[in-house]
Design a protein around this ligand. Structure first.
Ligand code: F6R
Length: 582
């Protein structure tokens, strides 16, 4: 994961970089680091474990600076320590590096460098970079060219996938391989980072680097110069106009997770003519018998599962593959439509195999992030348009993905969705108000429970998976989701007196499963459009969009449980929003 950021500017205030770094914390918040450099002065470096505090942001914003690089870390190589926080530097403190990715052969390089007398300060793979730059750098007085030639020599030593920025004097070099880097320009300023939306909000024009491309940029008293290279040959990138997105830093709710649950009232913004045309295209392709593969990770995988069940109703078979297992299938999938669901559009488990698969298949990406890597891989795209999701636990992107399945379903049935959508919007606030009272009681009763189970059958099965994932990631209560019929094949052994089980849907079989659980002492929390006396607690959901209303109940349950336990649901331990490592 990790986020990287850099700025070269005549404007001496580093505030854009510092605020940008705060914004990038969704990519990891184990530690942060930032370097500020005003021409003619010494570098100022601040790094620490934890997030960049408001106090430190305020302190640093008073410095003047023309060149900045920054990093927010999700630890992979080396524990969460101040020494392991980026930037890392060479022994002579001339080369500073921030990196996102993994250098696979860093131990060999490190041992060679140590044999030459280099002293390391950290356990990270990144630290080999500044030392390698220092080792190969030949100063001929043309700093941009010297840095470029050095990078060529450094790349020959490296294996792995990584994007990084190296700073040397008044110059930076950025290299992109797999992990995203977008570059924005406006008057007298170059701004780059891992998030193309943030780049666009801070620039007039932007360009997203492709794998293997290098940017070298430097600042002098009079000028900022920038050059782009592919295979070390200079090229002119095609910059696009930056599109500013709404600033959603304003949040009147206590947490982003709560805000984003309420944001789900708006599903209508998905209905754009571009999205509808993509859905029609998909429908026709499926009607014409095209092979379909669905793939995604985590919560998005559960949304893919929803689509799988929706299509089964129409007699359409799809193969559904976990992103992290997709690499096993690259040799056997061809001539298919691969529907890729990803909120961030940057999930590494998808990007690696899809780099291979996109040559012989059609990629159809459903994402919340225009210009993301997976959006750019796509032959067709559906944008979720649900606004930035800040909370690590995905909520509104899931409902939006489920809604895309509904749009496809209505399209396949030849039905209009508008009346049902209007009903959903009208019912939304009252529904949340009603279910909160019941969920408060449930949380009070079960906040110290060690385990919780979720069951659903047929189209409710993926929602059982999603409910359990939400609960465990924000409350740390062990939770498991099942197809209701599976309990008796093993897990029923764990149902004893007082174990909470959330039951979704209302078909006869799921009610039978609920009764089996009750017989063994389990406590039942029913979430369904049809009440049944077997339930100890019951949340009634409307029949229209029963699954999306049910999802909201599960999300609120997780949120309220986290609150009851005094946990911050927005930043669960060990997790990050955008999972850019395999
Ligand atoms: C859980 C969650 C993760 C993501 C998963 C895929 O709340 O957010 O499980 O769903 O990491 O991420 P995207 O959708 O960005 O590919």
């Amino acid at each position: 994961m990790c986020g990287i950021i850099a700025r070269i500017s005549k404007d001496l205030s580093p505030i854009k970089t510092l605020k940008g770094l705060k914004f990038l914390e969704y990519r990891g918040y184990d530690s942060y680091g930032v370097l500020l450099h005003k021409l003619g002065s010494d570098e100022v470096v601040s790094k620490n474990i934890s997030e960049l505090s408001e106090f430190e942001l305020d302190r640093l914003s008073k410095f003047e600076s023309n060149v900045e690089i920054g990093h927010t870390r999700w630890a992979t190589h080396g524990g969460v320590t101040k020494e392991n926080a980026h930037p890392h530097w060479s022994c002579d403190k001339k080369f500073y590096v921030v990196m996102n990715g993994i250098i696979e052969n860093y131990l060999d390089i490190k041992s060679d460098l140590k044999n030459c007398g280099v002293e390391f300060n950290s356990e990270t793979d990144t630290e080999v970079l500044p030392h390698l730059f220092s080792k190969y750098f030949k100063d001929t007085g043309n700093v941009e060219n010297d840095l470029l030639l050095t990078s060529k020599r450094v790349f020959e030593d490296l294996k792995g996938e990584f994007s990084f920025v190296v700073k040397y004097e008044n110059c930076i070099l950025a290299y992109k391989n797999i992990n995203p880097i977008a570059i924005g320009v406006c008057d007298d300023e170059l701004f780059l980072c891992s998030d193309s939306g943030l780049v666009q909000n801070n620039s007039d024009k932007f360009y997203v680097l492709n794998d293997g491309e290098v940017l070298v940029s430097s600042i002098s008293e009079n000028n900022i110069s920038s050059h782009f290279y592919c295979d070390f040959k200079e090229f002119s990138p095609e910059f696009k106009e930056s599109v500013k997105s709404e600033c959603d830093d304003e949040n009147s709710f206590p947490t982003y997770m709560e805000k984003e649950i309420y944001d789900q009232k708006n599903l209508r913004s998905i209905i754009t003519s571009e999205n509808l045309s993509s859905i029609k295209y998909l429908k026709n392709a499926l009607r014409n018998g095209r092979k379909l593969v669905l793939t995604a990770a985590g919560t998005s995988y559960h949304a893919a599962y929803v689509m799988h069940y929706e299509l089964l109703k129409h007699g359409i078979m799809s193969s559904i593959i976990l992103a992290s297992e997709l690499q096993n299938y690259t040799k056997v999938i061809s001539d298919s439509i691969i529907v890729v669901l990803s909120q961030s559009g940057e999930t590494a488990d998808l990007i690696y195999p899809l780099r291979e698969l996109r040559d012989s298949n059609e990629i159809f990406t459903i994402t919340n992030t225009a210009n993301s890597t997976l959006a750019r891989f796509a032959n067709r795209i559906i944008l979720l348009n649900c606004g930035r999701e800040v909370s690590v636990a995905s909520t509104k992107a899931f409902s939006a993905q489920v809604f895309v399945s509904h749009l496809l379903n209505y399209e396949l049935c030849g039905k209009e969705i508008n009346d049902d959508l209007t009903f959903y919007e009208n019912e939304f606030d009252r529904f949340i108000g009603n279910c909160l009272n019941i969920l408060d009681d449930v949380c009070e009763k079960f906040y110290s429970a060690p385990d919780c189970f979720f069951i659903g059958r047929n189209e409710f099965h993926p929602f059982a998976l999603e409910g359990s994932l939400k609960l465990k990631e924000v409350s740390y209560i062990h939770a498991e989701g099942f197809a209701g019929g599976e309990l008796k094949h093993g897990t029923l052994a764990l149902i004893t007196d007082g174990v909470p089980v959330v039951v979704l849907g209302n078909c006869d079989e799921i009610v039978s499963n609920a009764i089996e659980i009750k017989t063994r002492g389990g406590v039942l929390i029913g979430v369904s459009s049809v009440e049944n006396e077997v339930y100890d607690y019951f949340v009634k959901v409307p029949e229209v969009f029963e699954d999306i209303f049910g999802t909201i109940v599960l999300q609120l349950l997780a949120l309220k449980m986290a609150e009851r336990l005094g946990l911050n649901p927005d930043k669960p331990r060990n997790l990050a929003k955008s999972v850019t490592v395999k």
